[in-house]
Write a protein that binds this ligand. Structure first.
Ligand code: CUA
Length: 335
């Protein structure tokens, strides 16, 4: 699912959180993921039997009718044409298999898509963009990007309900251990839910080809204890930190066209096109998972996003070294 560089990046540690989880559909840790695992196993079992039967017949035939010393060169096994029994068997059996899989899949899809959110759940609106994820929490007036913080779910409580939308083209939500794939479609709302049972970081990726940087549209679900989640949400809901020691740097940021695309709440920066930067420093990654969020990486990113994520919609701003230092110094205060 990931290349080496991405995997190494994803495995970098997040302080205070348990070990990272490798995306693996066979180790589900949420209800939708577990039901999807069952479909995967059923499909694997059926196709496994078909494979063994077909491959077995081929191997048997090759062995049984192999050329033996003294055989006539043109000897062939008996040729069968127009056998009604065989025709009926290979028509009826696949149809039955297809109907069984349709039935099982429809049940799981209905269970995932039509479950109505209980009042106590966390609601998240996930909006796909080329090539990043906007993450809105209508209950907390919080907006962030690429990292979905959710409370861990115990005893079926504290599920997170996701409303999936898209700003441009079709994307797809897929966090293999939790659930998916569910498409994010322009002018339409899809719904899904997740209930991660253990705290930790769950990796996902956009699962529908959406353009040149589809592969770098990584997603993380960070499942936290409810108290930690509430602390995070309370901080995210606040306007941006006002740090007087960087007011000159902030003025430089505000004089640049960054403000046309990014919002920093509580400042004049109200652009909607790119990710909200109000609490940029609370995120572990930048560029939808393409870099870890360190000061050096942030500087490299602001300097020339096209060198790091070619084709992404953030242009190089051609800032001077001094402006870069100032912008990054200001962004570093957005805790
Ligand atoms: Cu978004 Cu692929």
């Amino acid at each position: 699912m990931f290349n080496h560089a991405q995997l190494a990046l994803l495995q970098a540690n997040v302080p205070g959180l348990p070990q990272h989880r490798i995306a693996n559909i066979f180790r589900p840790l949420a209800t939708p993921g577990a039901s999807e695992k069952n479909i995967a196993l059923l499909t694997l079992a059926i196709t496994g039997v078909i494979f063994v039967v077909v491959a077995g017949l081929i191997i048997y035939t090759m062995w049984r009718f192999r050329r033996k010393p003294g055989d006539d060169e043109h000897q062939e096994p008996p040729q069968v044409y127009g056998s009604n029994q065989i025709e009926v068997a290979w028509t009826v059996i696949p149809i039955l298999i297809v109907f069984v899989l349709i039935g099982v899949s429809a049940r799981v899809i209905a269970g995932v898509e039509n479950a109505s959110p209980p009042a106590s759940t966390t609601k998240v609106t996930l909006v796909g963009h080329q090539w990043w994820w906007e993450v809105d929490y209508p209950q907390f007036t919080v907006r962030t990007a690429n990292e979905i913080h959710v409370p861990v779910s115990r005893d079926g409580n504290n599920a997170t309900y996701l409303t999936l939308e898209s700003q441009d083209v079709i994307h797809s939500f897929w966090v293999p251990q939790l659930g998916g794939k569910m498409d994010l479609i322009p002018n339409r709302q899809n719904f899904t839910w997740i209930d991660p049972r253990e705290p930790g970081v769950y990796y996902g990726n956009c699962a529908e080809y959406c353009g040149t940087q589809h592969a770098n549209m990584l997603l993380r679900v960070i499942a936290q204890e409810p108290a930690d989640f509430n602390t995070w949400a309370a901080n995210e809901a606040k306007p941006a930190v006002e740090d007087p020691s960087v007011s000159a740097q902030k003025a430089v940021y505000q004089s640049l066209s960054c403000v046309n695309c990014h919002t920093i709440r509580g400042t004049g920066s109200i652009g909607q096109f790119g990710p909200d930067l109000t609490h940029l420093m609370s995120r572990e990654n930048i560029g939808a998972g393409v870099l870890t969020n360190t000061p050096e990486h942030l500087r490299a990113w602001v300097n020339d996003p096209q060198a790091i994520k070619p084709g992404c919609l953030m242009p190089s701003m051609k800032l001077t070294d001094k402006e870069l230092d100032q912008v990054v110094a200001y962004l570093e205060t957005l805790k």
